[in-house]
Design a protein around this ligand. Structure first.
Ligand code: CP
Length: 257
């Protein structure tokens, strides 16, 4: 079976037009002005890994669209008793799930779910693979600050190899010809020398913005003056996660064509 229409498994297979369609729709979404686009639908949030931002903003987004949400986390569910990924999928399908949002430590888990369950599946982060909703909200944040992608240079700094956020961001930004600079240690070393400090930030353009998907590790990745400084857009990213995830959920039930 191929993935149900409306699934969002990664950015890798989305073209620029599809990405722009989601971002444009997100601009019309406002969690303070609920729209009943998912009225009566059941959105299952299936989280095998911890999350604060992704889980809560999908929940806020789903509720703002009139959906009911059901949260299943590994701890405290039958996943702890050894229930398989697919059996959990069949179970939530039997309970009437209309959309499944899944985060899983294994790359490809959402794809397996989507191949077997005829419900739109949204990847909320899978192993080292992709984090598509994060890439979309980051793109949305970039566009709100910079208006267009053309002519931008984006430096992604840190542990790129283990970052699903970086992987999805690279797929997305490359669709629009953004120059991407990847900066990090060639191998993982205990003493990481890529901390963003105020002195290093001064070497970037004056109007450069600092983004981070969160959770931030203060004192290791960013110094406090950068994380809380005027160029930081970290909490704006969090806020933008809601309208973007409203658009992703609306797309899942066929409201974006
Ligand atoms: N950016 C992100 O995925 O954060 P959470 O792990 O808190 O969802």
């Amino acid at each position: 079976m191929s993935a149900a229409r409306g699934s969002l498994l990664g950015i890798e297979h989305l073209d620029a037009a599809e990405i722009l369609k989601i971002l444009k729709f997100a601009r019309r979404m406002n969690p303070d002005k609920p729209r009943p686009l998912l009225k009566g639908k059941r959105v299952v949030l299936l989280f095998y890994e911890s999350s604060t931002r992704t889980r809560s903003s999908f929940e806020i987004a789903a509720k703002a669209l009139g959906a009911h949400t059901v949260l299943i986390q590994a701890a405290g569910s039958s996943i702890e008793k050894g229930e398989s990924l697919l059996d959990t999928g069949y179970t939530v399908r039997a309970l009437g799930a209309d959309v499944i949002v899944i985060r899983h430590p294994n790359a490809g888990a959402p794809h397996v779910m989507a191949r077997h369950i005829d419900v739109p599946v949204i990847n909320a982060g899978d192993g080292l693979h992709e984090h598509p909703s994060q890439a979309l909200l980051d793109a949305y944040t970039i566009l709100r600050n910079k208006k267009k992608f053309q002519g931008l240079q984006v430096a992604i700094i840190g542990d790129i190899f283990h970052s699903r956020v970086a992987r999805s961001a690279c797929h997305l930004l490359s669709r629009f010809g953004v120059k991407i600079i990847l900066c990090g240690p060639p191998e993982l070393v205990p003493e990481m020398r890529y901390q963003m400090t105020a002195a290093r930030l001064k070497m970037a353009k004056k109007d450069a913005i600092v983004m981070h998907p969160g959770p931030i590790i203060r004192g290791l990745e960013l110094t406090d003056d950068v994380a809380d400084g005027a160029q930081a857009r970290i909490l704006e990213e969090v806020r933008n996660g809601v309208p973007v995830r409203m658009a992703i959920l609306a797309r899942a039930v066929g409201k974006i064509r």
